[in-house]
Design a protein around this ligand. Structure first.
Ligand SMILES: C[S@@+](CC[C@H](N)C(=O)[O-])C[C@H]1O[C@@H](n2cnc3c(N)ncnc32)[C@H](O)[C@@H]1O
Length: 236
């Protein structure tokens, strides 16, 4: 991705917002983390090979990295990385933490077996650019594992999220009304499965393959919060 495609102003704003809240970020998220911990663990259990974590934040996923896996973790906000570094130190583990922008990743094409992002594409100024970069750096037979909160389709909750999103974005950098599933498809990724992890379809676990994947799924599996399993045709 060309650096000139990036909205530099919005990107700097995002970086500054996360730098500002880095020291209190874990406390802000404490209530939700009780539930997220379990979802993080399940997502990371699917990780294999050499892994890139984008938007590592304060390193909350570190306890769930696959044992022995080679993981590189990137974030745009150096203060978030500082907290992640301290967390790794406290856990007595090593993490290859690097400052970088998902919208313009500093890795060659086809570098990683797995790319993971948790609660990231709500914050990336241009999520389509970011997901295209993910598509570029993952190997053709690699996988993308996402845990993301998205805009709800619920007729009341969805519009409410639209209303509140400018405020959440200003306060802590996260837009709460992103149509991330659609953006994943627009980026050329092939969705393999989507699982609703909570009510209203807000939190989703998404498994995808690069568009260049040899094992092209014609359908993807969707699992609703209630647990019913259905199969939906790809919309692209
Ligand atoms: C809501 S936090 C999530 C952090 C972590 N993944 C987690 O699950 O707790 C979003 C993170 O994405 C990072 N981020 C936002 N835009 C980014 C970009 N363009 N490149 C790299 N990181 C970015 C932020 O700095 C922040 O650390």
């Amino acid at each position: 991705m060309m650096a000139s495609d990036i909205d530099q102003h919005a990107t700097l704003q995002t970086k500054e917002r996360y730098n500002r809240i880095a020291r209190v970020y874990d406390s802000m998220e404490l209530m939700m983390e009780g539930q997220f911990r379990h979802w993080r663990q399940k997502l990371w259990a699917q990780g294999r090979g050499n892994v890139l974590e984008v938007g590592v934040g304060t390193g909350k996923n570190r306890p769930y990295y696959p044992v022995g896996a080679k993981v590189i973790a990137v974030d745009i906000a150096e203060q978030m990385l500082a907290v992640a570094r301290q967390r790794a130190h406290d856990l007595g583990v090593e993490v290859d933490l690097r400052e970088g922008d998902i919208q313009c990743l500093d890795f060659p094409d086809d570098s990683f077996d797995t790319v993971v992002a948790t609660c990231v594409f709500c914050s990336v100024p241009d999520p389509l650019l970011g997901l295209r970069e993910v598509e570029r750096v993952v190997k053709p037979d690699g996988q993308i594992l996402l845990l993301e909160h998205v805009r709800s389709d619920h007729p009341v909750v969805g519009p409410l999220m639209d209303l509140l999103s400018p405020l959440t974005s200003r306060l802590w950098g996260a837009s709460i009304n992103r149509p991330t599933v659609r953006t994943v498809e627009q980026a050329g990724l092939q969705i393999e499965s989507i699982r609703d992890l909570g009510p209203m379809g807000i939190v989703k676990s998404i498994v995808a393959r690069p568009g260049r994947s040899t094992s092209t799924p014609q359908h993807y599996a969707m699992e609703s919060f209630a647990g019913s399993r259905e199969t939906e045709a790809l919309t692209r």
